[in-house]
Design a protein around this ligand. Structure first.
Ligand code: ADP
Length: 490
């Protein structure tokens, strides 16, 4: 990819706030520098929204709400479908943009365009399938109607690790349901959302239905939005610490909430697993997105009889990974998002080693420009190591041996998180038992990636509340209304 084509793309990306169908300068005149984590260089400077801009966005979302709710579901769906089609046309641009601002390898960025686009297609289809029910009450004295109405203006906060898919996973169901929205992308990766807002404009989305606030003052602008009685819904993807804080703020206004929070995914390899499938699954579950996914396998819990074989095979595969700028051919591991992420990965590996683990490959940061960390495998991780209860969010695969199924399940569930778990076994009954004993919202049974626009994504315990995607996803943006009328024959 030439730097000329990068510059041409970056020049096309809006650098202002999108409010009420207009591209506005920040009222404070402040700006955010967006950095390429592979080089440490500023790639674009964009508007930094203030509290006054947030108030304008809230006004715009509230003003557009009734009109959008009354827009025919077919029309809402067709705008989303046009957005899906436009995204296919602009797929290469969106992929490159994500690689530039977030660092993931271009091939993975293309995969995210496919995945992110599927939410547009799926919810364009769901928009016309919002159904209700009608029937007699048990006493026969009345007729009960149950219908679903848009919850109202929604505030969508997205993280930096999947700049497109985390946005479409919230925007598409909100719009399909008839809700207007304000989206606040992560300050580290705001460009994809701005470019996507331009795409929605091109797809014919009416003014004010979607508003974008890019800001370096997330907390400052969020507080008045959450306190505004016109807002009815918060959907957040990010860390549990921030999620908990937002839930407390949302409580004051009794907002509907969907929270996709942290994970600490176990990846269990039983002695009866197909080792080829387990190794392939491990590479995907761990190294996709440079390990920076809330679904990333965080703890490889491997039966003691196969732990050495598993470790040797994944180490061989990990040594073959290619680290570099995501735009370069053949690169499979890009940079981590920033210095803080490097520090965390380094600290977790050092702590595990201090407590008895062995580094099989990698183990530290790569000096030079950009924030790169060596793809790493550590084995023999001992109880009490910090890496077992914190999200690594980096390319570090840590192996813990177990003795029997009860031990594996106990170790897997020994966390406050419960987003996803991966289980590799050829014993069907054991797989079925794990469906019920693993305390997670999602499970991959002999697969290393579960995400799909048609499936309900979400967690239990401190991994969150609610589901995104699937038939469930649109209901996060709908209220249930029950109506009783008398028995017409009485
Ligand atoms: P991460 O650790 O992955 O960066 P965060 O939870 O910090 O996760 O960030 C996820 C999203 O939450 C980002 O869009 C970020 O700007 C936003 N965010 C962080 N702090 C706050 C806050 N106090 N109020 C609202 N949004 C916030």
């Amino acid at each position: 990819m030439s730097s000329a084509s990068e510059a041409a793309l970056l020049a096309k990306v809006p650098d202002r706030l999108f409010i009420g169908g207009q591209w506005l300068e920040s009222s404070s005149g402040k700006a955010i520098d967006v950095i390429d984590p592979a080089t440490g260089l500023v790639i674009k400077t964009i508007a930094d929204a203030s509290v006054a801009d947030a108030a304008l966005a809230m006004d715009a979302a509230a003003a557009a709400q009734d009109g959008w709710a009354r827009t025919a579901p077919r029309v809402r769906g067709e705008i989303l479908r046009r957005a899906f089609d436009l995204l296919q046309e602009r797929a290469d641009e969106f992929a490159l943009l994500m690689t530039l601002e977030m660092g993931k390898p271009l091939a993975e960025a293309r995969g995210e365009v496919t995945y992110g686009g599927e939410f547009l297609r799926w919810f364009s289809e769901e928009a016309v399938r919002i159904s209700g029910r009608y029937g007699s009450n048990p006493e026969g004295t009345g007729r009960m109607i149950v219908t679903h109405l848009p919850v109202g203006p929604s505030y969508l906060i997205t993280p930096w690790n999947f700049p497109l898919a985390m946005a479409t996973r919230k925007i598409a169901p909100a719009l399909a349901a008839g809700c207007t929205a304000i989206v606040k992308p992560a300050e580290l990766t705001p460009l994809t959302t701005l470019y996507f807002a331009r795409l929605l404009e091109d797809a014919g989305l009416p003014a004010g239905v979607l508003n974008v606030l890019t800001t370096s003052a997330a907390g400052e602008i969020t507080t008045p939005i959450l306190a505004d009685s016109r807002l009815r819904k918060l959907s957040f993807t990010g860390s549990t610490a921030v999620g908990v804080r937002l839930l407390k703020q949302a409580a004051d206004n009794v907002l509907r909430t969907s929270m996709e929070l942290g994970g600490n995914a176990p990846f269990i390899v039983f002695e009866d697993a197909n080792m080829d499938k387990a190794v392939d699954g491990a590479m995907l579950a761990k190294f996709r997105n440079i390990g920076q996914a809330c679904t990333a396998a965080n703890r490889f819990i491997v039966h003691e009889s196969v732990a050495d074989e598993f470790a040797a095979r994944v180490t061989e595969r990990v040594r073959a990974l290619s680290v570099g700028r995501g735009t370069e051919d053949g690169v499979t591991i890009g940079p981590l998002i920033n210095e803080g992420a490097l520090d965390k990965a380094e600290r977790l590996v050092r702590d595990a080693v201090d407590r008895g683990a062995t580094v099989l490959t990698g183990g530290g940061r790569i000096e030079g420009a950009g924030t790169f960390f060596e793809p790493t495998v550590i084995s023999g991780v001992t109880p009490g190591s910090a890496i077992l209860n914190q999200e690594i969010f980096g390319p570090v695969l840590s192996i813990i041996p177990f003795t029997d199924e009860d031990d594996a399940v106990a170790k897997a569930n020994d966390t406050e998180f419960g987003l996803v778990g991966y289980v590799f076994t050829e014993d069907f009954a054991r797989g079925q038992r794990l469906i019920e004993t693993l305390q997670t919202g999602m499970m991959g049974l002999n697969v290393g990636v579960v995400s799909n626009a048609a499936a309900p994504f979400g967690g239990v315990k401190q991994s969150g509340i609610g589901r995104e995607g699937g038939a469930e996803g649109i209901h996060e943006y709908l209220e249930t209304k029950y109506v009783l009328t008398p028995n017409p024959f009485a």
